[in-house]
Design a binder for this molecule. Sequence first.
Ligand code: SF4
Ligand code: SF4
Length: 339
Amino acid sequence: MYYTNILVSVTEICTVGCSHCGFIGSIRERQPEDEEIAEWVTQACDFGIPAIIFTGGEPFQRFSLLKAGVQAAAAHPSKPKIGCFTSSFWGKNPETVDKFLDQLDGLTHFYLSTDVFHQEKVPAQYVRNVIDGAIRRGIRDISLCITIAKDEEEQQIRSMYEDYGDRLLIHVDRVISSPHIEAVADTGHPPLPQHFEKSCFLHTPIINPNGDLCACHVAKVGAHKPLDKDVYFLGNLKKNSFQEIMAEADGDYSYQYLRAFGPQGVARLVSEHDGLRETFGGKTFSSGCDMCSKVLLTRKGREALRDHVADPFQQTLVDGVREARFGEARAAEVPEGVR
Ligand code: SF4
Ligand code: SF4
């Protein structure tokens, strides 16, 4: 199975208010029903995805949805791993932490967002309370997710948790630049293929609270605008089943190009396309996702990719990479009328 996890966003609501938050300015009104979350999780498990990771917004701000999703995953015969992102805003004291965790049987992995942005709003002690509660309950994996704008922030945050030693997993990523964040340009790269990797987070698709099933976490921008024309949009679970949407994605060469070549492929597209080079060539980007999303969320970027992959030679290259790297046979015909 190529897909290692799926993110399930149970809500876009969050009142923590981090300055780097991708939801700033969004409407954040979309909510599924408990039964829908349970159904979508079950369909993802039926498809064979081995790990379900709940996210938001802040999933603990819509606890009944989170609980419904965790219960559906825990009840599935495939016994998936079950993870959850949180800011730990609810970790006021050990008693409160236990009260929440008592209702989330089956959770195997916590992803705790802790960085200079979150810690302006959530005291590190709250995060430590959640870590201690998770350890008490035997939750096997506890990851600290540290998003940095400047290199020195990594050590600043690591030092708050040093006493846990190897018990914690650490994941560090660069913040995606936005008008709300200063000082990423000096650590960024121009959109040239040699600066970017061939692979990225496409093995982790995401379900948004309105049922949109999308290629990767960048689809959280769906909180601001409809996604259905975007490269990252695969389908909507209120209209089609998980299985049907993934069958169509199999023949979608824009999506398959990203799977085959990742952000390096997007940088190559920019280098080879006059219009894109003119718009993006002089800019720098903090990460592959920053560059990929800034280019492909524009109409010009989307159309350039669509034209690029309409070329049978490019399709042959994509098919070749899929076969060699993922062991996948040539893409199937796109089923009619799925989208
Ligand atoms: S906790 Fe997450 S969703 Fe909430 S404001 Fe911070 S980054 Fe945004
Ligand atoms: S590089 Fe692009 S396709 Fe890959 S995870 Fe980032 S935004 Fe998604």
